[in-house]
Design a binder for this molecule. Structure first.
Ligand code: AMP
Length: 418
């Protein structure tokens, strides 16, 4: 596997990446960074959560730092166009983080806020400009910005731009760019309009696709348990009473959540540890080794931290939190049922995660069977799940969830259609 230190990124960038505790590049980073450093155009089929921001930010910073020149007044060297203010802010933050030892100038502009500070930020020109299309065009129209000297153009989340009705604005912006430039286009999906746009604006691009996984391993027995957020912790202890769960990988959405769950398990004498980006390399390796050797029964992880892990014999994957990126669900549950063995995936779903579950089911093109007979069943969440279905009386029975989970192995109970 490629390491960051194998990539020809300059030392101040390597240092910033190390400070983030990134050890190995994600697949899109490993595939894209060398080509981007070589100046190639790129067509990236990837969505948020894959590490795509660093995949473009690191080589861009590298380029700016090794070819220092002034952008010139009211100009930018790099433009990243993204559909929403949140994404613009996140991308801006990433550039700041990875470029903290480089001293490049950065401006982030989006609508819905006063434009004066943005105008001021542009007066002397900036190295990197991250923007949403509408406000960008406003500022260009008012003469506060010119794009004719741009060196790198990144079109982020192109399919969302299309969905949100920004594609005309994007086309207008494209007409203002110089012909000679490096262009990167990222899109989670490739509708015809975007494929055509890509054809028009990219020159001999490298194509990088990070698994748009849409099928789940057949051997994995999946189930979902509706539960109120406050009861997830108790539900996990209940589920773990099942001794068939010999080696479980538990996923949380945040690093903080991973720590909390691991600690709670420790408190009830379930040997567990957490791995995530904030842990030192040594601590992570120790946790992995303990998990591999069976010294701990549960490893709690975030998606990114679990990425490089390849451990046989994971009997259960438990989604303590459902991922908001549906593909992550497929990646997560794929950790079990390795090497021809069966595996079980159990997901907790609270009211807020209903929408995530819907997206997951759309992606895997199947409904995940619901286990209702557990002590913490959240009727509200289940009902929210079934607006069209006839209400059914709840099975209030005191059957323990481990029975349900164990039974679901043979023939999943689908108590309620959603
Ligand atoms: P993105 O897909 O760019 O939104 O990134 C998703 C998350 O992954 C961000 O919180 C990054 O900080 C984190 N991340 C990106 N690259 C890596 C990496 N190589 N190792 C660990 N975490 C990463």
């Amino acid at each position: 596997m490629t390491k960051f230190s194998d990539l020809p990124l300059i030392e101040p960038i390597q240092r910033a990446v190390r400070a983030e505790n990134y050890e190995t590049p994600t697949p899109i980073q490993a595939q894209a960074i060398p080509h981007l450093l070589a100046g190639r155009d790129l067509l990236g089929c990837a969505q948020t959560g894959t590490g795509k921001t660093a995949a473009f930010a690191l080589p861009i910073l590298n380029r700016l730092a090794t070819d220092r020149r002034r952008a010139g007044p009211q100009a930018a060297r790099v433009l990243v166009l993204t559909p929403t203010r949140e994404l613009a802010t996140q991308i801006g933050d990433s550039f700041r983080t990875y470029g903290r030892h480089l001293g490049q100038s950065l401006a982030v502009i989006f609508g819905g806020v006063g434009q004066q500070p943005q105008v001021q930020a542009l007066t002397r020109g900036v190295d990197i400009l991250v923007a949403t299309p509408g406000r960008l065009l406003d500022l260009i129209g008012q003469g506060h910005l010119r794009l004719d000297r741009l060196e790198v153009f990144v079109l982020d989340e192109a399919d969302r731009m299309l969905d949100m009705g920004f594609i005309h604005d994007v086309r207008k912006i494209l007409r203002l760019l110089p012909k000679q430039r490096q262009t990167l286009l990222f899109s989670a999906t490739m509708p015809t309009d975007i494929a055509r746009l890509a054809d028009n604006i990219l020159t001999d691009p490298v194509r990088v696709e990070v698994t748009p996984v849409s099928s789940t391993a057949e051997r994995i027995n999946q189930s979902v348990l509706f539960v109120n957020t406050a009861n997830k912790r108790a539900l996990l202890s209940e589920v773990l009473k099942n001794s068939e769960i010999r080696r479980a990988l538990v996923f949380t959405r945040t690093k903080h959540g991973a720590n909390r769950v691991a600690k709670q398990l420790g408190d009830i004498q379930v040997p567990a540890d957490a791995i995530h980006g904030n842990k030192s390399q040594t601590a992570r390796q120790r946790a992995l080794e303990d998990f591999r050797s069976g010294r701990i029964r549960v490893l709690v992880a975030t998606d990114i931290a679990a990425r490089g892990i390849d451990i046989d014999g994971i009997t259960h994957v438990i989604n303590y939190d459902l991922p908001n990126v549906p593909e992550s669900y497929v990646h997560r549950i794929g950790r079990t049922a390795r090497a021809g063995t069966d595996g079980i995936a159990i997901s907790f779903c609270d009211a807020e995660e209903r929408a995530y579950l819907r997206d997951i089911e759309k992606l895997i093109r199947q409904q995940v069977p619901v286990i209702e007979n557990h002590p913490f069943v959240a009727q509200g969440v289940a009902l929210a799940a079934a607006p069209a279905a006839a209400p059914k009386s709840r099975d209030g029975g005191g059957e323990r969830v481990e029975n349900g989970a164990a039974r679901s192995r043979g023939r999943p109970r689908r108590n309620r259609r959603r």
